[in-house]
Design a protein around this ligand. Structure first.
Ligand SMILES: NC(=O)c1ccc[n+]([C@@H]2O[C@H](COP(=O)([O-])OP(=O)(O)OC[C@H]3O[C@@H](n4cnc5c(N)ncnc54)[C@H](O)[C@@H]3O)[C@@H](O)[C@H]2O)c1
Ligand SMILES: [Zn+2]
Ligand SMILES: [Zn+2]
Length: 376
């Protein structure tokens, strides 16, 4: 079939994207699902900084690629057990094979064939189901993290999909696949913050605000929010942060340490900057844990006093996909949202259409939006 979607052909075009237009809205050929795969009518797809990092080249991927990895839709055709036409699904941006070493240890985010498929821009099976139309542009279009949600339809591995509650508005449901699973999971799965422990979140985008919601949910206190955008600090305070620190000030670490009586038990870095990760580490207390969620350019290095890990029993941990088991966590977080315990709707800035996706990425780059969601 022919689908309409947003294809990136070249990374690193200059901003503003409203002028350079890195995302081209094209007709692309979508092959039918193979064994273990689903054809999904995409309803909504969120714009994440990880999409922007492919566009600006800081997270290089194979070109051309149909972007979008945080989405929801309805199954149209199922070639997999456990899914039927009409099912509402969300996606995890790492498919989990269920059989490799990390999968066997319950660490689905680290699935080895899943990571290999994502690097190769294929589905878990190794297949490309996206192709270019026309003789002047022959060849394949790569899948983005097994999802490629910026199109009206997608073929995905069933191991990228999770059945979800059909009652949610699609523009809210989409957010659970990346922002919420990553941010809340960093708190509840990776860090396992306990009630009454202090936490600080550096960076209040979709991922960081989800971490803040998760920290509030589990009773982190005090709870400090750090960003360069005053409106985001205001929003964080209304979502349960006890303190807000403007990252443009020159004593950010001191302000966090003061708010947390000598340093936080847990610091979360959700910016994607090694410099901010250094601040997060410095803002923890003796015995504290720094969780890094942001994805800096591969060239960025972190330098910390090595002895502090030992003599101060500090911990530095990475968190990918919120250390999630997606089929367990996405439905869990959705039920918390429905019970009013996780205000995911507050992350939604606006909905956008395919035709103004480039302008929407300018807004994300400028920090003037949280989650904008493409509605199809
Ligand atoms: N680990 C994972 O599994 C995973 C999943 C999704 C996204 N990510 C990464 O997480 C990061 C955040 O993603 P997002 O979509 O929320 O991005 P975003 O652009 O919406 O949010 C980043 C926030 O950081 C703020 N910021 C910028 N400089 C700052 C500074 N010096 N101090 C404090 N705050 C600062 C920005 O104002 C913005 O609010 C990105 O690097 C993304 O690639 C990681
Ligand atoms: Zn993402
Ligand atoms: Zn696996």
């Amino acid at each position: 079939m022919i689908v309409r979607g947003a294809v990136l052909r070249e990374m690193g075009l200059p901003s503003p994207y409203s002028e350079s237009r890195p995302l081209r809205i094209e007709e692309v050929e979508l092959a039918p699902p193979g064994p273990g795969e689903l054809l999904v009518r995409i309803r909504a797809a969120g714009l994440c900084h990880s999409d922007l990092s492919v566009i600006d080249g800081s997270r290089p991927r194979l070109m051309p690629m149909l972007l979008g990895h945080e989405a929801t839709g309805e199954v149209v055709q199922s070639e997999a057990e456990g899914f039927a036409p009409g099912d509402t699904v969300g996606f995890a941006f790492v498919p989990a094979c269920g059989a490799c070493g990390p999968c066997a240890e319950g660490r689905a985010a680290l699935c080895e064939p899943g990571a290999a498929a994502n690097t190769a821009g294929t589905l878990l099976s190794g297949a490309h189901r996206l192709g270019q139309l026309g003789e002047d542009l022959p060849g394949q279009v790569h899948h983005h993290l097994g999802v490629s949600g910026f199109a009206d339809h997608a073929v995905v591995s069933a191991r990228s999909a999770v059945k979800i509650d059909p009652d949610l508005p699609p523009e809210i449901a989409a957010l659970f696949g990346c922002a919420v699973m990553t941010g809340v999971g960093a708190v509840v799965n990776t860090a396992r913050v306990q009630a009454g422990q202090s936490a600080v979140v550096f960076g209040l985008g979709g991922v960081g605000l989800s971490a803040l919601l998760g920290a509030e949910l589990v009773g982190a206190h005090p709870l400090v929010a750090v960003d360069v955008v005053p409106e985001k600090l205001e929003l964080a305070l209304s979502l349960g942060a006890t303190h807000a620190v403007d990252a443009r000030s020159n004593d950010v670490v001191e302000q966090v340490r003061e708010a947390t009586a000598g340093g936080a038990h847990y610091a979360f870095e959700t910016v994607g900057s090694a410099a901010v990760l250094g601040q997060a580490y410095a803002a923890t207390r003796r015995g504290g844990t720094t969780v890094t969620v942001g994805l800096p350019h591969p060239s960025q290095m972190l330098s910390i006093p090595a002895v502090s890990l030992v003599a101060e029993e500090r911990t530095l941990k990475g968190s990918y996909l919120g250390s999630a088991i997606p089929s367990r966590d996405i439905p869990r977080y959705i039920s918390l949202y429905k019970a009013g315990r996780l205000q995911v709707d507050r992350l939604l800035t606006s909905t956008v259409s395919l035709d103004n996706l480039n302008e929407a990425f300018d807004m994300l780059a400028a920090g003037t939006s949280i989650r904008q969601v493409l509605v199809l």
